[in-house]
Unconditional design. Structure first.
Length: 257
């Protein structure tokens, strides 16, 4: 039986990897904004894959606030939580609370059931750049990079790449500093996120979501990193709205291409 188990894993995994060789959309990081975006994009019929460095997708949702595994969302997102099947309770002042583990797990399942592929323990080393645009990702196993092993990566092509790496905004920095691409951000650079201001951060993360150069988009906390917005802590309404917004922008851009 053991050889059959091994062959089943290999056949199934390499089928997924083959599908990911050429994508409509590649998302780097699998936090809440990326998972929401992947769900919308895949449901619209696009070929989508998320590449997550950690073993578990879900980003910062799992830990709630300081390992208190509850998260907060604006009450007007209750219909979306109902659609996803996430239980929630009123918390006053226009807020609701939800179990962070339930929300993270549900977002992952929703993205997968919509058709998005998820590759965990995979890190993005570099970008594929073609003249004036981002055209794909250079990927490797996260443990290989962590151990500084001299193992060459492989590449995936993508019509659109999304930086959803959270606070570091790693992919936008690669595009600017290594790829030599001109950023379309207000500062033409990456000013970095500002200190905590939850209300303003929730608004800014949606405002700064969008295209930063041809082929490259940004969402979630990476959007506040490149736009200079405030951080907001364990409130996740802006994350979900940001993911939905970037998906809609990409769908429009791909339709016009």
């Amino acid at each position: 039986m053991e050889p059959s188990i091994t062959r089943a894993i290999l056949r199934s995994f390499f089928k997924k990897l083959d599908q990911a060789a050429e994508l409509d959309v590649a998302l780097v990081g699998a936090g809440p904004s990326a998972l929401m975006a992947a769900r919308v994009l895949a449901a619209a019929g696009r070929t989508v894959a998320l590449f997550e460095r950690r073993l578990a997708p879900g980003g910062g949702v799992w830990g709630g606030g300081m390992l208190f595994n509850e998260v907060v969302l604006p009450a007007d997102l209750a219909p979306l939580l109902d659609e996803l099947g996430v239980a929630h309770e009123p918390a006053g002042e226009g807020l609701v609370t939800a179990d962070s583990v339930e929300l993270a797990a549900t977002l992952i399942v929703a993205a997968r059931r919509a058709g998005a592929l998820v590759f965990n323990a995979v890190t993005v080393e570099d970008l594929v750049v073609r003249t004036d645009r981002v055209a794909g990702l250079v990927i490797n196993w996260a443990p290989v990079v962590r151990q500084q092993m001299h193992v060459d990566p492989i590449c995936v092509a993508a019509r659109a790449v999304v930086d959803a790496t959270g606070h570091p905004g790693e992919i936008v920095r690669l595009a600017s500093q290594k790829g030599g691409l001109q950023l379309e951000t207000p500062s033409r650079g990456v000013p970095g996120e500002r200190s905590m201001w939850a209300e303003m951060g929730e608004v800014a993360v949606v405002q700064h979501t969008g295209r930063v150069c041809p082929g490259l988009y940004v969402c979630g906390m990476a959007a506040n990193q490149v736009g200079g917005g405030y951080r907001m802590g364990p409130i996740f309404g802006g994350m979900l709205r940001s993911g939905r917004k970037v998906a809609e922008l990409i769908l429009n851009d791909l339709a016009d291409a």
